[in-house]
Structure formats: C-alpha cells, structure tokens
Design a protein around this ligand. Structure first.
Ligand code: C5P
Length: 265
C-alpha cells in the first residue's frame, strides 16, 4: 500500500517541475492459460486480487500520481468498486489511493486495444506513461523507479529486461498440437533478453505508436521499434514475472510469503 503521507513529486525539490507519470494497467485479459474461472486480473493471490497487487506496485512509486486500470469490457463497475474497497481502508476518497488517483475504463479484444483505450482516457499533464501488465503483480518498486528514471533522463522507451536461462530455438510452428516442429535457428543466447513490464514511454511517442502501428504485437516497446525510435533496457527483476500458468500462482504466493517473513509480520 502506498504511504499516504509521502510528498508528491512536486514537493521533493529535486527538480523544478518533474514530468508527471501515469501508469496504464491492461487488466482485460481472460487468462485462459491459467484455467477456467474469473478474468485473470481478478483472481486472488493470498486473498487479494492480482490487480490490487499490481495497482499497489505502481502506487508504491512516489513518481506515479495516476493509475488507469483497463478492466474487462463488461467488468468496469466491478473493478471500480474493488479498487475503492481496497483503497478506502487507507482513509482516502473514492477514486484515489493514498496520493495516487485512479481511473477505470473498459478494455478491448486485444491487449493492444486495451492499452490504447487506457491511453485515450489519460488526462493532459502526464508526460511519462508506464504500461504495466496486471499479470505482473509483484514487480518491486525499485524496478518501477528505474524505468521512470531512464525516461526522465531522455529515453523515449524503456523496458526492464533479464538474461535468459534457457536456450531459445526458432521453429516452424506445427499445424497440429503435439507434433514435432522443425528447428529453424538458434539465436545466440547471450544477446537475448526476456522483457517485462512496466515499460516506460514518453507519452507523445507511445500515442503516436498506437496511432500508427496496426500489426499484432505482444508488447508496447515493439510498436516504438516499428516507428524507428530507439528502445533501451534497464535491469528487470525475477519477481516481475508474469502470472500465466497455474504454477505461477504457487510461485507468486511463495514470493508474498517470503516478503511477509522479511518484513517481520
Ligand atoms: O495475454 P497476456 O498474458 O499477454 O496479457 C498481458 C496483459 O494484458 C494482462 O494483464 C491482460 O489482462 C491484459 N489484456 C488486456 N486486454 C486483452 C488481453 C489482455 O488488457 N484483450
């Protein structure tokens, strides 16, 4: 939970007028790979919906003053009351979470469309935008801050990234599931990175990318690459993994248990 008494970015005095930062959280996916049940972002981790963990992770950064949650298309009202219910114990009015405001908008059929709908809802005055998957509920605040810092220093697009443990093969995908797939190439592992979120952007560049790029993409930074604008990485974190399959839920609950132990609860 964010600290309600923390200073706003404009009170920190380190910069005359720091660019304000908003986070867009696409949370409209069904999460089919996790098995049947509620939309993935609304499923619980240690009794708290994954989305709430993700919003807390963004609000934990002093730089983030607005979170736009992109809800399942038919679930915006439910998500709004869920956010209010989890924010209110902190003593803040509806629509805010400590000193972080939040908005909820209905999402679309693809992640890309959901992010665009979130961007459309962003009020003026936020020059830096983070896009963060609700499915990465445990990203540490230091990773969030490192992404924001790199954008503040002038990078138009920043992604947290980790080296790979596995060797990766490019294949000719099978037409029928379970049949052998011919290997086409083995990219040099040392040059590959697995990228995470939050990805951070100069707002105008991200908006231009969403207006221009129409092909299928799996992250926002690749749209920036298609514009020919440079994208850089900062170190990611193993706790920023994406909760995709049932085993990821077990891992996420273990991370939360370790944190509670370390925090002395
Ligand atoms: O499907 P995938 O795991 O790549 O989804 C990444 C994030 O995008 C998730 O947080 C999911 O809720 C979100 N998403 C969305 N709208 C969709 C599909 C996915 O907001 N139509």
């Amino acid at each position: 939970m964010s600290d309600v008494s923390r200073p706003s970015p404009s009170d920190t005095g380190s910069e005359a007028r720091p660019a304000r930062t908003a986070a867009v959280i696409p949370a409209a996916g069904r999460g089919v790979r996790l098995g049947p049940g509620a939309p993935k972002a609304l499923r619980a981790l240690n009794g708290t919906p994954m989305l709430i963990h993700a919003v807390r992770a963004m609000a934990a950064s002093r730089a983030v003053s607005l979170v736009v949650v992109v809800a399942p298309p038919d679930g915006a009202a439910e998500v709004k009351s869920m956010l209010d219910a989890h924010a209110l114990p902190g003593g803040t009015p509806s629509g805010s979470w400590g000193s972080t405001d939040f908005l909820v908008v209905p999402g679309g059929a693809s992640r890309q469309e959901s992010v665009r709908l979130g961007l459309d809802a962003l009020p003026p005055g936020y020059d830096i935008v983070l896009v963060h998957d609700a499915a990465r509920p445990l990203v540490p605040v230091d990773t969030v801050d490192a992404v924001i810092e790199a954008v503040r220093e002038g990078a138009p697009a920043v992604v947290p990234a980790l080296p790979l443990a596995d060797t990766v093969k490019e294949v000719e995908p099978a037409t029928a599931p379970g049949t052998p797939e011919p290997v086409v190439a083995t990219p040099e592992r040392a040059r590959l990175r697995a990228v995470q979120t939050p990805q951070g952007f100069d707002r105008a560049t991200l908006v231009r990318a969403h207006e221009t790029v129409t092909g299928d993409v799996t992250d926002d930074a690749s749209m920036i690459e298609q514009l020919g604008v440079p994208v850089v990485t900062v170190p990611g974190h193993e706790e920023a993994f994406k909760v995709t399959r049932p085993l990821d839920l077990v891992l996420a609950e273990a991370v939360l248990a370790r944190r509670r132990l370390n925090d002395g609860f």
